[in-house]
Design a protein around this ligand. Structure first.
Ligand code: SAM
Length: 413
């Protein structure tokens, strides 16, 4: 295996098991080294540090997947990694009530650049790097052996991969190309905490469903009985269905995506809940909240009498507003705007559930943004619960960059 030398002064994070090595940490990169090539990293004294794969198109030149010098990289390696990841989920998540979870969480399961989500008997797969894509055949073969799925479908982000290649050429694949194993129905039914959801693996957002909010959806249950709930950025109605299961009086789901709202409506029906309690609104959330704040409700009237307020619980689960580290300030303003809008509308004792899935926004940044939003709107916000990822999204302790999700439950006074 090819060895790459790391400057001694840059070896600390590698020893601390951080999975990324930037090109500037390497003394020399041989010409023509292909993406996906397994490499060993050694320090300037030739002492072994770690193993990973080279990724020529990225600033992150090596992604680490082993700190064991003797580990060989072949199909057995992928089998061992997938078995270990699978054991974690089978031991702590899978049950008669939950058959869907993230099976492989990239760097955090020591398979950098690979995401695999399990939806009932099917798998949805994303290759985020050219380097990991090179191992597709071995990975699919290992998944088939261990999980025995009825189908495996690829949902790699073509734009992301082409940006990585630096070519700018987006190769759009056909459904046939994306089917890596077995068959894939247009819509499947999954079980999460005993609730049923339709998932469109082929056409839905990301890999089909936002599995990362499972614990937060479950946590919502205690706050919604007999309440009016506004689910902003609802997608296919995950939080809405949980709210209905817990006896919410009314649930309004707002999202710009009509197909997502259609699936949300079907998900309510699938669980046998009353559609008359629900509204599905295809609109920009900022505009919707603006209209609510401007025209319908005057905050001080609402705070006097919580019954007069339209919503007792507001959920904000937007897409990532900060996609680029250099644009954190702008992105945080986006979060502040919607949080201020929600805080203005909520009555005394109202519950705000506010999430961010921007990896560049830390939990501290997010909390500070919430305190600014509360300050600007003259509300007092008590944090009741704080969440990051669930067990199926484990985090390597050194890998702060991997902590993308944060979610705060707060009470408004
Ligand atoms: C992170 S997902 C929400 C996941 C959802 N909470 C769940 O549990 O499945 C973000 C959603 O925001 C929607 N969206 C993006 N921009 C929007 C906007 N400006 N207004 C309304 N919805 C938007 C997307 O269509 C997507 O469904």
């Amino acid at each position: 295996m090819i060895s790459l030398m790391v400057f001694n002064k840059r070896r600390g994070p590698i020893l601390g098991r951080h999975p990324w090595v930037f090109s500037g940490a390497l003394k020399h990169i041989p010409d023509g080294l292909a993406s996906g090539t397994p490499v060993k990293l050694v320090d300037e004294n030739n002492h072994f540090l770690a193993q990973g794969y080279f990724n020529s198109y990225s600033q992150i030149a090596v992604r680490l997947w082993s700190w064991d010098e003797d580990e060989e990289i072949n199909e057995d390696f992928f089998i061992r990694r997938i078995e270990s990841a699978n054991n974690l989920r089978v031991n702590y998540i899978a049950s008669k009530k939950t058959d869907s979870y993230r099976l492989i969480n990239s760097e955090n399961d020591l398979l950098p650049g690979l995401i695999v989500d399990k939806y009932a008997d099917y798998l949805s797969v994303q290759f985020h790097t050219i380097g990991m894509e090179q191992w597709k055949d071995q990975i699919v073969s290992a998944l088939v052996k261990i999980i025995k799925p009825k189908g495996i479908y690829e949902r790699s982000d073509a734009k992301k991969l082409s940006r990585e290649k630096g070519s700018g050429i987006i190769v759009s694949k056909t459904e046939e190309n994306n089917l890596l194993h077995g068959k894939m129905p247009d819509k499947i039914i999954i079980l999460e905490n005993g609730l049923k959801f339709y998932v469109d693996i082929k056409g839905g957002q990301k890999t089909g469903f936002f599995l990362d909010q499972r614990e937060k959806r479950e946590a919502l249950i205690k706050y919604v009985k007999g309440k009016n709930v506004l689910n902003c950025f609802s997608y296919t109605g995950g939080f809405s269905v949980y709210a209905l299961s817990a006896g919410a009086k009314k649930v309004v789901s707002v999202d710009v995506s009509e197909p997502a709202l259609e699936l949300a409506r079907q998900n309510v029906e699938l669980n046998g809940f009353d559609l008359k309690k629900c509204e599905f609104i295809a609109e920009d959330v900022k505009r919707y909240l603006q209209d609510l704040g401007d025209t319908k409700y005057e905050r001080y009237e609402i705070t006097k009498d919580s019954e007069s307020g339209q919503f007792d619980v507001i959920i904000l689960d937007p897409p990532a507003f900060v996609k680029d580290r250099k644009k954190i300030r702008e992105g945080l303003l986006g979060y502040r705007r919607i949080n201020e809008q929600a805080l203005q509308i909520l009555p005394d004792n109202g519950i705000l559930v506010s999430a961010s899935c921007s990896a560049h926004v830390s939990l501290d940044d997010f909390r500070f943004m919430l305190s600014e939003s509360a300050g600007h709107t003259g509300r007092t916000l008590q944090i009741l619960e704080t969440y990051i990822h669930g067990i199926d999204h484990p985090e390597l302790v050194a890998f702060m960059e991997g902590e993308y999700l944060k979610c705060v439950f707060g009470r408004v006074r």
